[in-house]
Design a protein around this ligand. Structure first.
Ligand SMILES: Nc1ncnc2c1ncn2[C@@H]1O[C@H](COP(=O)(O)OP(=O)(O)O)[C@@H](O)[C@H]1O
Ligand SMILES: [Mg+2]
Length: 289
């Protein structure tokens, strides 16, 4: 452990800071001049179309990729100047494909591996494993092979592994991919309560606009072609659909319906639209046309 680092305590309030960060895989830039600060307790959603640079930005914030230009600081450490093993303890990272992280024979070994890797003593590790497993409702599958689990279960297991060492920053890449709507809602609620109770800052990357209404209290960063196209609150964006259209995204279906209703009111007036609303079949026929 390097001098000055005690457990996973951060030496500054800013957990992650990207300063005019650029990243190239070899040709052109996947991330272009992104500046972003994530403080203790912050919750950020990074949104953008496929290829907008969300995963690359997450990997930069995790210290897994080093900026080609600019700087990324994790808990005050410049990721270009320190070894990833130093900054890894501050981070919980869940890739888009959770199966990539799984290699132990039982779920409990999977979670214990991270706990041991980050130096939790056995008693501390046991208490922490039990706590995350209870919160994520996976106690009953701790002895199962990860390879026998459903998509919803494996996502909760990988989340448990990512948070068991109480990191400062939890980075989740497309956490709701492959889940049905009920599981999505449940997972988002769990992620929110975990991050709140564990005091871990959260950065969640997604192209799934439909989860935004569940993330109204999050800060929103929209990436377009590697650069920040919008930074504000999720609530602000839901009030202003051009934030989505300008970056090649569709707003959530609820916003689109209210836009259509607004257009109908502008065109027909309030009363005819109110009559339409009273006749739900007619309304459905018109909106779905
Ligand atoms: N390993 C890689 N090698 C080369 N190019 C990559 C690699 N990963 C991503 N890219 C490119 O970087 C850009 C951003 O990709 P990515 O960060 O995965 O975006 P997103 O997560 O928003 O879909 C894309 O043009 C993609 O093709
Ligand atoms: Mg991605």
């Amino acid at each position: 452990m390097a001098a000055g680092v005690v457990g996973s305590s951060c030496r500054v309030e800013c957990v992650a800071r990207a300063v005019d960060t650029w990243y190239s895989y070899g040709r052109g830039y996947a991330v272009k001049g992104v500046s972003l600060e994530v403080y203790e307790g912050d919750r950020v959603v990074v949104m953008g179309t496929n290829g907008a640079g969300k995963t690359t930005l997450l990997k930069l914030l995790a210290g897994m990729l080093k900026p080609s230009k600019g700087r990324v600081y994790l808990c005050g450490y410049d990721t270009r100047e320190v070894d990833e093993s130093l900054t890894a303890r501050f981070i919980g990272y869940v890739p888009q494909n959770p199966w990539l992280l799984v290699f132990n024979p039982r779920v409990i070994d999977e979670i214990a591996f991270t706990a041991k890797n980050f130096g939790l003593d056995p008693a501390e590790a046991e208490a922490s494993i039990l706590d995350v497993a209870t919160r994520l409702d996976i106690v009953h599958i701790l002895n199962r092979s990860p390879y026998t689990l459903s998509e919803g279960e494996i996502r909760r297991v990988v989340l448990a592994s990512a948070i068991v060492h109480k990191p400062k920053l939890l980075l989740l890449d497309e956490p709701t991919a492959g889940l049905d709507n009920v599981l999505k809602d449940r997972l988002i609620e769990t992620i929110k309560s975990l991050s709140r109770d564990y005091g871990v800052a959260l950065v969640l990357a997604t192209h799934d606009v439909e989860i935004l209404p569940l993330l109204r209290d999050f800060r929103l960063v929209v990436l377009r072609d590697g650069a920040v196209a919008f930074e504000g609150s999720v609530g602000e964006a839901l009030e202003n659909p051009s934030v989505f259209y300008d970056s090649g995204l569709q707003p959530p279906v609820g916003v689109r319906i209210s836009e259509k209703l607004g257009a109908y009111i502008d065109f027909y007036g309030v009363d005819p639209v109110a009559n339409l609303l009273l006749s739900r079949k007619k309304l459905r026929d018109r909106i779905c046309r």
